[in-house]
Design a protein around this ligand. Structure first.
Ligand code: ATP
Length: 368
């Protein structure tokens, strides 16, 4: 088991491109850390530096107390599972899992014990004699995990391990990986661009953009208290609604003027806006789709009610997404499927003022 630390880690590729900029992170033993962000943000590069598959241009990488910048990948006590989990097609599941141990000249009896233990953990015991082509995608993925488990590494690195699976299997394997983490109690670093995977698996999430860490936090905190506009928009599906609003201050009260209407802010939010000197300024107002409600009970008691015409209605079973515009800004509401609102209807909506997010329009940092 192991802790890891990355101090001022930077990656400049030979062509001069700076893919990772001043990356700092302390990873505790047994954590499940997720690197998430849009394509090209530097997630895989960071993971590959940890694995030793890419040189670190500057900065320090430690596993436990040992600086490993110049340690060979095979001597880092790390196992990596990739998205294309190439198994040897001519070998059985058993031999695929045993292969790495045989290379390392581990005694046969010990190999047998380790392979069978891993097979038990991954529910592969009945499949040990099969060849990869006789396995489902999810089973193959489990064999790939098994190959990593038998090495008993201090740290698991996983680069989009589920991206080749269909939607249903992805969800299934996601649960398997969560269980695996609990059972093995090992440190896992996992790369994905899928924010749902990030939210459900991670004990902490590192959100990256353009090679720069935007925020490191628990899934709940990232969702409830995003540090900037990018994180707010990236985490959550459908994504947070954003629109321009003007700040009006009177004494210790503050309101936001949106679409010609004023919403009074709760005292704690008003205080932040006033102290930040935003009186009279335009800010970015953010509200998550689930905090926009069309139910009569909420609308009738709310002080932040707007009216608009529904453009699109999407039924997802238990809930419905309603799309409309407010002051030319597109808004999504995630409401109960019992809603009677349909395209073309003029409907009243209430914003939950306690759940409002406000961002500085220039720096894009969170004000409250
Ligand atoms: P994805 O989700 O698409 O895999 P990522 O966040 O994992 O993206 P990386 O693969 O780490 O992104 O790449 C980060 C940036 O570095 C990208 O802009 C990429 O084009 C660039 N890059 C990657 N490898 C090299 C290389 N060998 N030389 C130059 N630039 C590279």
């Amino acid at each position: 088991m192991a802790s890891l630390s990355l101090e001022h880690v930077t990656k400049v590729y030979p062509n001069g491109f700076e893919a990772v900029k001043d990356f700092n992170l302390e990873i505790q033993d047994k954590e499940f850390i997720i690197f998430v962000g849009p394509s090209g943000c530097g997630k895989s590069t960071t993971l590959r530096m940890i694995a030793g598959l890419e040189d670190i241009s500057s900065g320090t990488l430690k596993i436990g107390d040992r600086v490993v910048n110049d340690v060979e990948p095979k001597d880092r006590d790390i196992a990596m599972v990739f998205q294309n989990y190439a198994l040897y097609p001519h070998m059985t599941v058993y031999d695929n899992m045993a292969f790495g141990l045989k290379l390392r000249k581990v005694p046969k009896a010990e190999i047998d014990k380790m392979v069978r233990e891993a097979a038990k953990i991954l529910d592969l015991e009945k499949l040990l004699d099969r060849k990869p082509k006789a396995l489902s995608g999810g089973q193959r993925q489990r064999v790939a995990m098994g190959r990593a488990i038998v090495r008993n590494p201090k740290v698991f690195l996983m680069d989009e391990p589920l991206s080749n699976l269909d939607a249903k299997l992805r969800v299934q394997m996601r649960t398997e990986i969560a269980k695996l983490h609990q059972r093995l109690g090992t440190t896992i670093i996992y790369v994905t661009h899928d924010q749902t995977e990030a939210m459900t698996l991670g004990t902490r999430i590192v959100v990256m953009k353009d090679g720069v860490v935007q925020q490191v936090d628990t899934p709940q905190n990232l969702y409830d208290k995003p540090g900037n506009l990018f994180v707010a928009g990236f985490m959550g599906s459908p994504q947070m609604n954003f629109l321009d609003a003007e700040v009006e201050v009177q004494g210790d009260k503050a309101s936001l003027k949106i679409a010609g209407q004023s919403i009074e802010l709760p005292p704690a939010k008003a205080k932040k806006v006033i102290e930040g000197g935003y009186a009279g300024k335009t800010v970015t107002f953010g509200i998550r789709p689930e905090d926009v409600d069309d139910s009569e009970m909420v609308v009738s008691t709310s002080k932040a009610v707007f009216e608009s015409t529904i453009n699109v209605y999407e039924l997802l079973g238990a809930e419905v997404y309603l799309y409309f515009d407010l002051d030319k800004f597109p808004i999504t509401a995630r409401v109960d499927s019992r809603t009677t609102a349909r395209p073309g209807d003029k409907v009243k909506f209430a914003f939950d003022v306690e759940k409002i997010h406000i961002f500085d329009k220039e720096t894009e940092k969170t004000i409250t």
